[in-house]
Design a protein around this ligand. Structure first.
Ligand code: DQA
Length: 147
């Protein structure tokens, strides 16, 4: 099962970016964790990070016919991007939204997620473990819907 991990703006700075909120692990660390866990779940991960909204939309479009599911952390685009929401809805690929921090326990403007409206669900607040939870939830969903 091919899974795309799509990370949005500023997530390339993980490790040094506001470590009290986002932790000290780098994006590479998260990718390595996922590379270890994915095969145990029969999943093959691919990783894309971009700071560009258009590139995120293109990556979602290009996932059609290639990936069985997407784990997305849209970063700050979570709270602004109707276009990313529409892209996810448009390609009809099961998608789970993940966040390191609990976006519901922070500033008011972070409580809204456009992509979450068209995702299977959202996992928020578990640090880097959110990615593993997201992957497991996505694979469980895909397996149940392919029976
Ligand atoms: C984030 C939460 C967003 O509000 C923020 O803009 C980020 C990271 C998270 O993973 O906690 O860039 O998506």
């Amino acid at each position: 099962m091919k899974i795309l991990f799509l990370n949005g703006p500023n997530l390339n700075l993980l490790g040094t970016r506001e470590p009290d909120i986002y932790g000290k692990k780098t994006l590479k660390d998260i990718e390595n964790d996922m590379k270890n866990i994915a095969p145990k779940l029969d999943a093959l991960p691919t990783f894309i990070q971009t700071n560009d909204e258009a590139a995120m939309i293109d990556a979602i479009h290009n996932a059609r016919g290639v990936f069985h599911g997407i784990v997305i952390n849209p970063g700050a685009f979570t709270h602004t991007s109707i276009a990313i929401m529409d892209a996810i809805a448009g390609v009809d690929i099961p998608t789970v939204e993940v966040h390191l921090s609990n976006i519901h326990a922070r500033e008011e403007f972070r409580r809204t997620s456009y992509p979450a409206k068209v995702c299977i669900g959202q996992i928020s607040g578990f640090g880097v473990f959110s990615y593993e939870l997201g992957l497991r939830a996505l694979i469980n969903y895909i397996n149940q819907h392919n029976q």
